[in-house]
Write a protein that binds this ligand. Structure first.
Ligand code: SAM
Ligand code: SF4
Ligand code: FES
Length: 359
């Protein structure tokens, strides 16, 4: 008994003091026991590293969900092609640009243009929208899924600086099951293409997917590190009743926060959002993630008339609030935990350094 207590204390010391990567077995134990004392130590360590490497500031990104049409059929997602219950919409380029202008007025420095995989927005149409938004002086992040490398290049040249495309799960068999017709190999290859085009690369994964194990989650962290991702989005899987996974259990706050913490430890300079999905499963979910290593929040800028139709998962927060309300709400939440709302563009510091001193 005493021996076990000594071992446990030694593990806690290892978590808190280690400058070297933690042992694999210890990491797996932490992932498998997200409510245990070691997990708490990991989150405290991640919070320290966050303060040391990226400081107290929390960066806001205004999210514009501009189309819910999608050619894909991901088993987990409410926007999947086969979900006939969805009222599909597409914003016009003018509406998208107007939403970005409103974001700038509200003080956002970055907008995230997100959609299902909707080829109606051709490379050229999206490039024109990006150029217009750049004239407003905003940083542009894209999150429109898998497209041709030449389109990624076109958008980068039009001024987009960041691209978000989660790898979703690092288990290739699970990936193939959950994203029919798609492969992890292709997704990773596209992520590398985006990186080579000098985007700030965002990957990430869901926590609590059916069939996922502690090993899978550790491999998710390792893949994000291998890609040297500048941004890593981690959210709980939330079962959507209109999908084939509707009756599966979802991911928890604790599991998700531990994974946020591990990403901060493995990629100390990364931009990590406290995701809306976490805020949707727990009232203080985003604050919990911010205390476990996260440093970004993505309030909604989508016009209110469309919000209820972009239900990736049920119970999504902020469906009834105006953009200004979300902006005020989120600022209050950030300051309530002793953090500051960033006034700058919030680039990844390593990416920024490489822009100034290209290698
Ligand atoms: N279509 C683009 C793509 O897939 O990259 C961007 C939009 S997609 C809705 C954004 C993210 O939503 C996905 O990367 C996925 O991780 C997340 N998502 C989808 N369904 C979800 C669910 N049921 N629970 C939690 N997150 C989900
Ligand atoms: Fe489409 Fe993205 Fe949803 Fe998959 S996750 S169905 S690609 S919107
Ligand atoms: Fe939308 Fe709180 S962030 S109401």
């Amino acid at each position: 008994m005493k021996q076990r207590a000594n071992q446990s204390n030694a593990n806690e010391r290892e978590v808190l003091n280690s400058e070297v990567p933690l042992e694999r077995d210890l990491l797996l134990e932490i992932i498998a026991n997200p409510s245990g004392p070691l997990a708490e130590q990991v989150m405290a360590k991640a919070d320290m590293l966050r303060a040391e490497h990226v400081g107290p500031e929390v960066h806001l990104r205004g999210l514009i969900e501009f189309s819910n049409y999608c050619r894909n059929n991901c088993l987990y997602c409410g926007l999947r092609r086969d979900n006939r219950q969805v009222n599909r919409y597409r914003m016009t380029p003018q509406e998208i640009i107007a939403a970005a202008e409103q974001g700038a007025i509200l003080g956002y420095k970055t907008v995230v243009l997100q959609s299902g995989e909707d080829l109606t927005f051709t490379g050229e149409i999206l490039a024109d929208i990006i150029r217009e938004i750049k004239k407003i002086g905003l940083v542009v992040t894209l999150s429109v899924g898998e497209r041709e490398p030449r389109e990624y290049e076109l958008w980068r040249n039009a001024g987009a600086e960041r691209y978000l495309m989660r790898h979703e799960t690092s288990d290739p068999d699970l990936y193939a099951k959950l994203d029919p017709g798609q492969t992890l190999e292709k997704r990773v290859s596209l992520l590398k293409t985006l990186k080579s085009l000098d985007y700030q690369l965002g990957t990430g994964f869901m926590v609590g997917l059916p069939g996922q194990t502690a090993e899978t989650l550790l491999a998710d962290v390792e893949l994000a590190r291998e890609l040297q991702a500048e941004m890593v989005g981690i959210g709980p899987f939330i079962p959507h009743p209109g999908t084939p996974l509707g009756s599966c259990p979802g991911g928890t706050l604790e599991q998700t926060c531990v994974m946020v913490a591990l990403i901060r430890i493995f990629l100390p300079f990364s931009l990590i959002p406290a995701t809306t999905a976490l805020g949707s499963i727990s009232p203080q979910g985003r604050e919990s993630a911010l205390k476990a290593g996260a440093n970004v929040v993505m309030p909604n800028l989508t016009p209110r008339i469309h919000r209820a139709d972009y239900q990736i998962y049920p119970g999504k927060i902020c469906l009834g609030e105006e953009a200004a309300e979300c902006r005020g709400c989120i600022a209050g939440r950030i300051t309530s935990i002793g953090r500051q709302v960033s006034e700058g563009p919030g680039h990844n510091p390593i990416w920024l350094q490489n822009q100034i001193n290209p290698v």
